[in-house]
Write a protein that binds this ligand. Structure first.
Ligand code: COA
Ligand code: NAP
Length: 291
């Protein structure tokens, strides 16, 4: 069935009610580190991991954002959430964050790389620095956290890395050369790291969401415009996705249900990338209409 199990909340708040697919204590005793966990898809991933018994740490550039999120998450789930200020582009800050998490919890079992930056812009008008910025946040940020967590904990203890990527590069989405290139590089990184770190018991997988409602990503890429509605109606499953539906996929990849799965990309998009509209001139017109 393509009917979502849970009633979503568009804002960065916890669900009013949660219907379980998996066992409640599936991740009891585990610790997850989620970058970009203070908002959007990352926030919901943290919430659902915590609802399965996990303690968490969340990091982003704005301390107030992650602190507010951590309070809401602890209240709703009864688990612990450590808020950390760190820019994933800065390897020293990332290393410090990992040290702080290990000092607080003594372990890390799951790393979710959800921090990212994106906006619509055609390649000709994209500044050199704009391209570089998105590559630095998405690709280099993912490498920085993966390497720091591997060296400081996963190498000896094993673990699970889940990167949130996108389907943008599969068909060369117009106005998305920066994010598409950045996420495609993460898909490649996933396979390289799965090969090198598999012998240490580290699994590395990706989830590629389609258009997910109630997120900054969708607000920037279409929002409530007619284009967004057109996009949703062109999707085989005929709707936008829910943050919850990405979080459920993270729970699967974090758990022993996926114990023989590594180096893969799980597309969670209702079939969107197969049929989504991708005409350059029409997309450019849409961008101009927003300016
Ligand atoms: N269109 C074109 N270029 C843009 C842009 C836009 N909408 N927004 C920013 N840029 C350019 C800037 O002009 C700058 O280039 P320049 O120095 O040549 O002028 C470059 O990108 C970096 O911008 P800056 O604001 O300095 O970067 P930042 O590191 O402070 O922020 C961003 C990073 C730009 C990705 C910002 O949008 C962000 O913080 N995003 C996080 C949230 C997000 O994107 N969520 C959706 C995830 S899918
Ligand atoms: P979002 O709420 O804006 O999430 C991005 C998060 O990353 C923010 O919490 C932001 O917090 C953090 N961040 C940005 N730059 C950072 C940096 N340099 N260092 C540390 N943290 C940083 O957007 P979202 O739409 O939910 O996206 C979440 C993930 O899903 C992203 O990886 C995105 O590419 C992916 N995705 C989303 C969609 C969608 O439809 N929304 C579709 C496909 C893929 P700060 O600003 O506080 O740093």
């Amino acid at each position: 069935m393509s009917v979502p199990l849970n009633q979503e909340v568009d804002s960065d708040d916890c669900l009013k009610e949660y219907k379980y697919v998996f066992q409640r204590d599936l991740l009891r005793g585990k610790v997850a580190f989620v970058t970009g966990g203070g908002s959007g898809i990352g926030f919901r991933i943290v919430e659902i991991l915590m609802r399965h018994g996990c303690d968490t740490a969340i990091a982003s550039r704005r301390l107030d954002r992650v602190q507010t999120a951590a309070k809401k998450l602890e209240q709703a789930t009864g688990r612990k959430c450590l808020a950390i200020k760190a820019d994933v582009r800065n390897a020293a800050e990332v290393e410090q964050a990992v040290d702080d998490i290990l000092r607080r919890y003594g372990r890390i079992d799951i790393l979710v790389n959800s921090a990212a930056g994106n906006f619509l812009c055609d390649a000709e008008n994209l500044s050199y620095n704009a391209f570089k910025t998105v590559i630095e946040i998405d690709t280099i940020g993912t490498f920085n956290t993966s390497k720091a967590v591997y060296q400081k904990y996963f190498k000896k203890n094993g673990g699970n890395i889940i990167n949130i990527t996108a389907t943008l590069a599969y068909r060369g989405d117009a106005l998305q050369v920066h994010a598409g290139s950045a996420k495609a590089a993460i898909d490649a990184m996933t396979r390289h790291l799965a090969v090198e770190w598999g012998p240490d018991g580290v699994r590395v997988n990706n989830i590629a969401p389609g258009p997910i409602k109630g997120t900054e990503g969708m607000r920037r890429l279409g929002g409530k415009s007619p284009v967004a509605e057109m996009m949703y109606s062109s999707i085989p499953l005929k709707r936008g996705g829910q943050k919850c539906e990405i979080a459920e996929a993270v729970v699967y990849l974090s758990s022993d249900a996926s114990s023989y799965v590594t180096g893969t990309v799980h597309i969670v998009d209702g079939g969107s990338w197969l049929t989504a509209f991708n005409d350059f001139s029409m997309r450019k017109q849409f961008l101009q209409s927003k300016m």
